[in-house]
Design a protein around this ligand. Sequence first.
Ligand code: ZN
Length: 343
Amino acid sequence: MPPVPPEAAAQPSRAQTAASGAAPWPAQVSVREVGLRDGLQILQRVVPTAHKIEWMRAAHAAGVREMEVGSFVPARLMPQLADTAELLAFAKTLPGLVASVLVPNLKGAERAIDCDADAMLIPLSASHAHSLANMKRTPDEVVADIARMVDLREQRRARTRIEVGISTAFGCTIQGRVEPDEVVRLVRAVLQAGADSVGLADTVGYADPRAVGELFAQVRAVAGDRVSTAHFHDTRGMGMANVLAALQQGITRLDACLGGIGGCPHAPGASGNVTTEDLAWMLERMQIATGLDVQALLALRGTLAQWLEGEALHGTLWRAGLPRSAPAGHTASATVSALKVSA
Ligand code: ZN
């Protein structure tokens, strides 16, 4: 038998190769915990800073290496996130953690730079109507502000990365349809304005896997790897399916919320982001490396449920539990819930 050529030996594993010529799965994905911002901003209660710090510490111990820790919006508008600077300071004590904050305007960008945030995330709505309602500016006015933030970073010689999240990329509760061409135009515009990277967000849970695959393919065609992040809400139960569609387009950064908390002010009763622990489990089963410890995430979810007593948490893994005998990446012979059903 001839020796195996090196390129054959380096063939991707089952995890990387999808059947029937479909796009390969990525070998590695980064899951960014956004519960401290996207999850908490919608809740009426103010979670004590000590609990948030414990959340960050435990999430880091569970392998989370990217977190959105808050938002630099005026505290009178969002008292839930008034301790963002303190959380950013704590983030620096956690080795290897990339901490980002949401900033809506130039003033927020100044604060992010002052606090030496690793990244600032600027939301840019692809829906004109949503942009006016949420940001009080048209999408093009926000693009102009992003250019000013890039200039500010230059002047200050800061290292804070500038990421833009295109919100309502798949539709909007106010405007309805959002044209994919408008999303592509805005992706181009913000990259020209100097943003480092762009992500697409399904802010109100209108996306479906086909739309996700098609839109990510379109923006990747013009922006390549600078579009690397997907942000899905599980509003109508398609969060995980949308994640798969994004993975198939080479997306390797995914936002998620522990316990699936959060929601959207424009979609009452809706669940929040894709659930971190469910997502971590799915990726582990698919042999896609995340560095996450699912058991530790489940334990943290339990703590979070106590802190947020009375709030709706989402997700399914916590209910069923992990399969009884399922080493990472192997087919489960029996799950706890399946045993219960057949008993
Ligand atoms: Zn969101």
